[in-house]
Write a protein that binds this ligand. Structure first.
Ligand code: ATP
Ligand code: MG
Length: 366
């Protein structure tokens, strides 16, 4: 009897060992495989199939990942009965980053754990790039200010005209640094609470009218005409969305600023409001100018991305305007669409649900 129990236990143990990878591996988000000394894959969990592609069992691991020392490391792992760590990329996706571990099961088989580190890797890269960008953007105006301070200090009998010119440049550069810091703070604020849907009510048309009024002087100087067109189905209804008035103002302020900045002199900028039967408000801001080539469009909302860095910087831009717009629009459960025909029209479309839309009602009920 006790023999039988012993035998059964052994059998159970065998079954659980045999099924461990494909069966228990279902619980894991990381890829788990079993291979032999020739890298032949004998078992794999679903995550491994998602990561390395179909028909895994019966194929060779060294054809699925780029890891040239695999053969030697397999032997070492078995011989020294130790876990070996490595990094690699899958052969079917060179942009993925993997961290792997080899662990001997017995004299013939090795378990391989593959962790997809792409997200962490990309986040780390984004963080590094961001710090490098911020430092660079702050350093250039700061260098200029320090340079002029030194010039003033080291020049005896500096004439008033030059002094005024230097001070003007120093003022412009200092304001640029201050704008950059304001934009960074604004971006981090909206990023932090992007998941919280706004609760206030905002009349889009009033916001647009007030934003336009702040640009009127500038438009008159550059000979631009700003037109507001209300093309909604029911003009008696107020175009109200669920939102934060300061944030919505910032969206249209940035978009109108761009429309004026990047359009031909004396051209007109059109702002059109429409609505849809799915109860969304659409605002199109269209300007006529050099436009944006297709390849740049999807990157425009990245922080610090500018098509022509020199030109935008000369105009006092920080390259954060559209990143802020995108995050605020996302927070308002809306969408931003950008289309452009170089040398012709560029259109920035903001779509936001109305405050009494189905979506907003549902959120309100909860
Ligand atoms: N209406 C437009 N027409 C052509 N290019 C545009 C337009 N709007 C934006 N761009 C391009 O997109 C880039 C990113 O715009 P964004 O508003 O984020 O930065 P910016 O205007 O350079 O600086 P700021 O932070 O002051 O807004 C601009 O540098 C410009 O190259
Ligand atoms: Mg801008």
């Amino acid at each position: 009897m006790s023999d039988m129990i012993e035998k059964k236990t052994n059998e159970e143990q065998n079954i659980s060992t045999v099924n461990a990878i494909s069966y228990l591996g279902k619980l894991m988000d990381d890829a788990l495989l079993e291979i032999d000394l020739e890298h032949y894959i004998t078992d794999a969990n679903p995550a491994a199939k998602r990561l390395l592609g179909d028909n895994l069992i019966g194929s060779f691991l060294n054809k699925r990942i780029n890891y040239k020392d695999l053969k030697d490391e397999l032997k070492t792992s078995i011989k020294e009965n130790k876990i070996i760590e490595f990094t690699s990329t899958p052969t079917n996706n060179k942009y993925h980053q993997l961290r792997g571990r080899l662990m001997p099961i017995n004299a013939q088989k090795v378990a391989v754990l593959l962790m997809d580190m792409t997200l962490q890797h990309n986040l780390e890269k984004m963080r590094r790039d961001f710090i490098a960008n911020v430092s660079h953007e702050l350093r250039s105006p700061l260098t200029s200010v320090i340079g002029f301070i030194e010039t003033i200090q080291n020049t005896t009998n500096i004439d008033e005209k030059n002094l005024k010119r230097f001070l003007q440049i120093m003022e412009d550069e200092s304001k640029r640094m201050s704008r950059l810091i304001d934009d960074l703070l604004s971006l981090s604020r909206v990023e932090a609470d992007e998941h919280i849907a706004p609760t206030g009510k905002v009349c889009i048309k009033s916001v647009l009218e007030s934003v336009i009024s702040t640009f009127n002087d500038r438009a008159t100087k550059s000979g631009h005409l700003i037109e507001l067109i209300d093309n909604r189905n029911d003009l008696l209804e107020q175009p109200i969305i669920r939102g934060e008035v300061d944030e919505i103002t910032e969206v249209f302020h940035n978009l109108l600023d761009n429309a004026l900045k990047y359009s031909f002199l004396k051209s007109s900028v059109k702002i059109k409001i429409t609505d849809t039967i799915t109860r969304e408000i659409i605002v199109d801001i269209t300007n006529k100018g050099e436009g944006i080539e297709e390849k740049h469009i999807e990157r425009l909302t990245e922080r610090f991305y500018r098509v022509d860095k020199g030109r935008s910087r000369q105009m006092g831009g920080t390259g954060l305007g559209l990143a802020i717009v995108k995050h605020i629009v996302n927070k308002h459960r809306g969408h931003l669409h950008i289309t452009s025909e170089p040398k012709k029209h560029t259109n920035f479309r903001v779509v936001i649900p109305k405050s009494n839309s189905l979506l907003s009602n549902l959120e309100n009920d909860n």
